[in-house]
Design a protein around this ligand. Structure first.
Ligand code: SF4
Ligand code: SF4
Length: 354
């Protein structure tokens, strides 16, 4: 049977197609302005040349920033869970993962089955993310793909006291004007990012074996600095940028084989250092009655149709990344209003994580 994972990240979209336990096709493309089109494009690219079409895929799980906008996915799973699961497929001994993505960075602990046991996330600041490395490569006028190799040539890395995108950029320009070699500027920045990543890792626990996933792990200069700072040689899989999509494909197989092929659970929300704030709506159960819309004092829900399917409840897009600011949580809401979305939904389609 064929299973697929699609990871719509902030900078890149990835797809992994598996036949049983074997990867048979992959693709990586830039994320476009429309997640739905990006999802179709990355899957089309993965399938091209494989002799397969979308209809041949038994079950698809979506992950990443744009995971709720993958129309052909039956379910979505957080990228934290998917990265842990993906790396576990390659290295079951890994217990600590640093996922360095386009716009955030996560430190994750997992067990021998790839289940997340702890994590912290830095998504408040661009420093140490793929976007940040792109910006610095731009400032130095070095192609991003060559910046890691160039940093390895440094003999005298210059200090950066901050990885705040704004200050680091002006520090880099100042060094450039003073005639400091680009290799030394890059190495100094990578050193600062590595220190910051180490601080993030210390908030979970750094255990052997340690792996890095995400697009930045393709940058050899960055990986070298991280290895020095952490004091462990990181394990890197074939293409660490695909790890989230691989994890999603593995979840697809597990969910299908677990007997939930008709489930269409869409998860909205986020996790940060204070907790997990996810609302899950099972679209296989939702009949679009709108009781949740009427019953939510915070105006979290809407009933929509994408034109091809029956109307169903969604969490409003503009509230997805700030749910905890508008919703006090299911228990607190019920205590205050005598009801909440869970009691409003007679078919039990809604779940809250807080
Ligand atoms: S718990 Fe209350 S405020 Fe939160 S989404 Fe449900 S109804 Fe809205
Ligand atoms: S109350 Fe339940 S069934 Fe009705 S629209 Fe909301 S989620 Fe769907």
């Amino acid at each position: 049977m064929i299973f697929a994972g699609v990871d719509i990240g902030s900078r890149a979209a990835k797809a992994v197609v598996m036949e049983d336990d074997r990867i048979i096709a992959t693709a990586i493309i830039d994320t476009g302005p429309e997640s739905v089109k990006t999802a179709h494009a990355v899957m089309e690219k993965a399938l091209s040349g494989s002799g397969l079409a979308l209809r041949d895929i038994t079950y698809t799980v979506a992950t990443g920033y744009g995971r709720v906008l993958v129309p052909f996915a039956s379910e979505n799973v957080s990228e934290i869970s998917c990265h842990a699961r993906g790396i576990n497929w390659y290295f079951p001994s890994v217990r600590t993962v640093l996922d360095m993505g386009g716009q955030d960075c996560k430190a994750i602990n997992c067990d021998g089955s790839g289940r997340v046991t702890n994590f912290v996330m830095n998504d408040k600041c661009a420093g140490g993310t793929g976007r940040f490395l792109e910006m610095i490569a731009d400032v130095l006028n070095v192609p991003l793909a060559e910046s890691g190799e160039l940093a390895l040539k440094s003999r005298n890395a210059v200090p950066f006291n901050t990885v705040c995108a704004v200050f680091a950029k002006s520090d880099a320009i100042a060094y450039l004007r003073k005639g400091v070699a680009k290799a030394d500027i890059l190495a100094g920045l990578y050193e600062a990012i590595a220190q910051r990543s180490l601080n993030l890792l210390k908030r979970v626990s750094i255990e052997k074996d340690f792996a890095i996933t995400g697009g930045i792990s393709k940058n050899r200069g960055m990986v070298r600095k991280l290895a020095e700072k952490v004091g462990l040689e990181p394990l890197l899989c074939d293409d660490p940028q695909l790890c989230g999509a691989l994890g999603a494909a593995l979840f697809a197989r597990e969910r299908y084989e677990g007997g939930r092929p008709s489930a269409m659970k869409v998860q909205y929300g986020y996790a940060d250092g204070t907790g997990e704030y996810f609302i899950t709506i099972d679209h296989a159960l939702c009949n679009g009655c709108g009781e949740c819309v009427a019953g939510c004092p915070a105006g979290v829900f809407a009933v929509q149709t994408d034109g091809t399917s029956a109307p169903r409840a969604v969490v409003k897009e503009e509230l997805r990344r700030r749910l905890a600011m508008v919703c006090p949580g299911a228990i607190a809401c019920s205590a205050k209003h005598g009801k909440n979305c869970l009691s409003a939904c007679k078919v039990g389609a809604i779940r809250h994580s807080w």
